[in-house]
Design a protein around this ligand. Sequence first.
Ligand code: KIV
Length: 294
Amino acid sequence: MSKVTAVNKSKVTVQTWRSRKQRGMPITVMTAYDYTSARFVEKAGLDAILVGDSLNMVMLGREQTNSISMDEMIHHCKAVARGARLPFLIGDMPFLSFQISRKEAIRNAGRFLQEGGMEAVKLEGGVEMAPTIRAVVAAGIPVMGHIGLTPQSLSQLGGYRVQGKTAVAAQKLLADALALQEAGCFSMVLESVPEPVATYISQQLEIPTIGIGAGKGCDGQVLVFHDALGMFDDILPRFVRRYANLSDTIVEAIATYRDEVRAGEFPAEEHTYPMEEGEWLAFLAAVGAVGETE
Ligand code: KIV
């Protein structure tokens, strides 16, 4: 029996998120980066897909998130949009695509919708990003904020560190969250924030918070596809729960293929295309190879 429950039958929208918060029903988000992973996430009935810039690490093998380009993000968004219809689709604005000017931010955010098939964008930053967010929202583009640990500023933060651990830092986070809500964000990610702080912020906001490493007091959760499925070993943050260990399964399957090819067990008869004998003999005769059958 399938364990898949409560699969969405209708399109998830910003309004769905709002009503989920009001009803206290957690919002489920996972990243996906291509057609196949998007199909999986949709089939599992999640509420939203984030095409995160984490794809720079888990798909493209780069060390950090901040070297991915707009064109690369759009390329992956298009594939995800082809694979998922019902989840709400959010594209992650890459480093330097929204910081330089509001005009550039609007143009790049618009590309996620126009070219990438996304329905909203996410961008990292607190109070300092509020004017940019206001401008993008005014252009008709839903924006999700992202505060706490913001991986695009990793060098500035001094590495993957929990944010908001002191009373002063927690107050700054709260101020960031309120500023993002005021600027028009429909939601925000809280990443690597102590649970009581994330819970308090979530209670103060009207818009839903989506936590990653922020505890269960958030209005929803997000995980990176490859982390949740055990497909990426370079970094394993404390906040990840592995729901499968696909790395082992995949490597085992590939090694079995290798062994079967070497042993002559694959391809078997059912994987090959036969030829009518008369045609085969005619072919041999035509190439002067009669008698050389088999
Ligand atoms: O890039 C990403 O996948 C993200 C999530 C971890 C929130 O920003």
